[in-house]
Structures are given as C-alpha cells and as structure tokens.
Design a protein. Sequence first.
Length: 289
Amino acid sequence: MSAPRLLFSTETMLGVTRHPRQTTADLQTRMDDPAVLAQQFARAMDAGADGVLASPTPTVRTALTAAGRPIPTWALLPNVPAFVRDSSEGGFVGAAVKRVKGAGPGTIVRLGLTGMQHALGVVAGDFASMVPLLLELEAAGLGTSRLEGVVIAAAITDVALAGRHRRFFFHLAHFLRARYGAKAGFETHNLGHLLGYLREWNIAPDLVIGPVTPTGFMMKPTPSRVLEEIAIAEFPVLAKELTAGGTQPLADSAKYALSKGAAGLVVDIADVGGDASKLSGLFAGAARA
C-alpha cells in the first residue's frame, strides 16, 4: 500500500504521552483488556483508519488477533519504555537476553541471519548495525505475519539524528524494506531538523512522523522551519501530537495539519478519549493526497 492517510496509535499505552497523567493512567487501565483494545481497533478501521501504529506488548498482540478481522499493522519499534526498564535491571545485554529467551524458533533463525549480516558492525559497536538485531526481537512480539510498515521510534531516531548519523538512516531505510517487505519510516520529535538532514543526505524514507499543531507544540526547531521543510519534503510526512496533550480540538488540528502539507495523520488513542469512532470525519473537506 502507499503511505497511510490515517493511523490509529496506541503509544499512550506505553506511557509515552503529553496528556495529563491521570488521563493516561485511566486509559492504560481500560485498554489493558485485549477485548476492549480489539474493539477500538475495529472501530478505528470502521472510522476510516488505514491501520494501527503499535509497539509490541502482550495486550496489543492479543488484541490484534481478537479483533476478528485483518488489522493493517504498522510497527513502532522498539518498545522503548520496556527496553529501558529491562536495561536498567539487567543492562543492554540482559534486556536482549530476556527477549531471546522469549523468542520462538523462527525468530531465533531470523535473528541469526540478521546477526551474520551485521556481525562486523556489531563487533565494532556500530549503532546502525546493532539496531536491526533489536528490531528482529521486537517485531516478533506483535505476532503478525505481515507488517505494512516499520517505523523507528523517536527515542532511537533522535539519538541517531543528534549524532548526524547518516549511515543509520540510509541503512535502516534499506534494511526495513528488504527484511520486512514493508514501508520504512522514522518517528521524530525534531521534525524540522530531521527533514532538513534527510534532504541534505539525499535519503528518502517512505514516511516520517512528527508533531504538527496549530500552536506549534513540539514543532522543533521552530514551527516555521517545520512547515518549510514539510512543503519541500519528497516523501510523505504524517502529523502527530495533534491535540497538543489534549489542549486542542482534534478536528481543528487535523484540518490545520492537512492544510500545511501533512500527507496524513497519526491519532493517538488519548487524542480521541479512548473512542476510536471519533476518527470518523477527520478528512471532511480535505483533498486526498
């Protein structure tokens, strides 16, 4: 498929959100039931979503199966909060070992193949070579045989961006397409900077996801710079953080982002108050890109 027009995100379930703490906690508790989350996935699809953007958790994995219908899945990898938590307890190696122990035979085989392809880089401590190994372990956690796309989470993207790591973006874009037969994307909280460097480096992922809001919330380095970069980007840019932590109306923010050149929207479960049916009508009056 082409780049999605509308993705329903479950990032709030990881605790990664700009919404009030109590709102987040309440949603996490409610959506921890796979049956409830599966219902939201189905409602999102009925409301016009092109798929869900989700990180691997046991609840998400069960909900994707329980939905009772195909749910196009875009993997947001890795599950950074879980990996940080596990790393704090057992270090990087301990976190990796925990994932290997929970992996099935097929995942182990794929991990071995990817490891052989990146062996020299891993030994040298190359970030661009180590991340694919982590992705192998994480992607299996979604339990789906096919991914529409794989999006590198902002915490990883922005570390590579801070180091001006051109090879990371070049290699990961090619690796994701070849390995998963899927679209390759990057999530960022530094949208203007990332779009500028990708243009300078002549790297074109299949999509980039970053904050675009009427108030300029999280639009770095400046809202004007972000809008300038979106206007000249040669690949789709999807807008996230649309409600600015619940302070802005979703419909108005969606209309703004689309009017400024965003090719699509990433709407978090918290942006719709835990009711995915509210995704309906977000593109009313907007021309399809």
